[in-house]
Ligand binder design. Structure first.
Ligand SMILES: [Fe+2]
Length: 229
């Protein structure tokens, strides 16, 4: 199933105008105080290693609903999460028509990779493990997936890539705000300072009035772009 309509619209998706978006995020005031073209620049999202588990064999179903595989009888195991956000230029303009990819281990800690850790025999056959979404006119993307779980040596994270024509795949990782294992994670700690970590660490919050404990997470990205984007 391809998800075309998000269950819970991300407020940032409502803003098509760059200054309105910056104002909504409390960034406009700084821009007004400093009459510089650079004052409104958004911080670049820190890139992070792709890691060893980008699928070595992509699933047949690569849509943006990771909870339903073509032909699978069961839905995936895990905490249902609506992950959405926008891809933006440093100036706050949307980056449309680029491919966002995510991949993550299933609820048992197994990736869609032949070299994955965990017990492959226990892999959740109902979880897609990988998905793609093309950004819309406002740079928006949406996925339905599970809240990431820890696996040996790592705090929970979702791998995210942005693919832009003519450029190498840009990758980062999205973390759960407040997760107790973040502090012990070498890649999360390696982000340097709290400001950098904040850019890739987001709330996984219950959807108001959600019937089944569904979560929502908003992950906006500023990957650093070429001038024509
Ligand atoms: Fe990973």
């Amino acid at each position: 199933m391809n998800l075309l309509i998000p269950r819970t619209p991300d407020p940032s998706l409502l803003f098509t105008n760059r200054r309105a978006f910056l104002r909504a995020f409390g960034l406009g005031a700084a821009g007004a105080a400093v009459p510089s073209a650079l004052a409104d620049q958004l911080a670049l999202t820190p890139p992070q290693t792709e890691g060893p588990f980008y699928p070595d064999q992509l699933p047949i179903d690569t849509d943006n609903d990771l909870l339903r595989l073509n032909e699978a009888e069961k839905a995936a195991i895990g905490e249902v999460t609506y992950l959405s956000g926008r891809v933006l230029t440093p100036a706050g303009d949307p980056v449309r028509d680029v491919v966002v990819e995510i991949w993550q281990c299933d609820a048992t800690g197994v990736y869609l990779h032949s070299g994955t850790g965990g017990d492959k025999a226990k892999r959740d056959a109902g979880f897609q493990g990988f998905g793609r979404c093309v950004t819309g006119v406002n740079g928006e993307y949406f996925f339905r997936t599970i809240k990431p779980v820890p696996y040996t040596g790592r705090t929970p994270h979702i791998h995210v890539a942005v693919k832009r024509r003519g450029l190498p795949r840009w990758t980062t990782q999205c973390y759960i705000k407040g997760h107790p294992q973040n502090e012990g994670d070498f890649l999360w700690k390696g982000l340097g300072d709290a400001a950098a970590r904040d850019l890739v660490t987001v709330e996984f919050a219950p959807i108001p009035n959600g019937k089944a404990g569904e979560l929502t997470a908003t992950f906006n990205m500023v990957p650093g772009l070429t001038p024509n984007e």
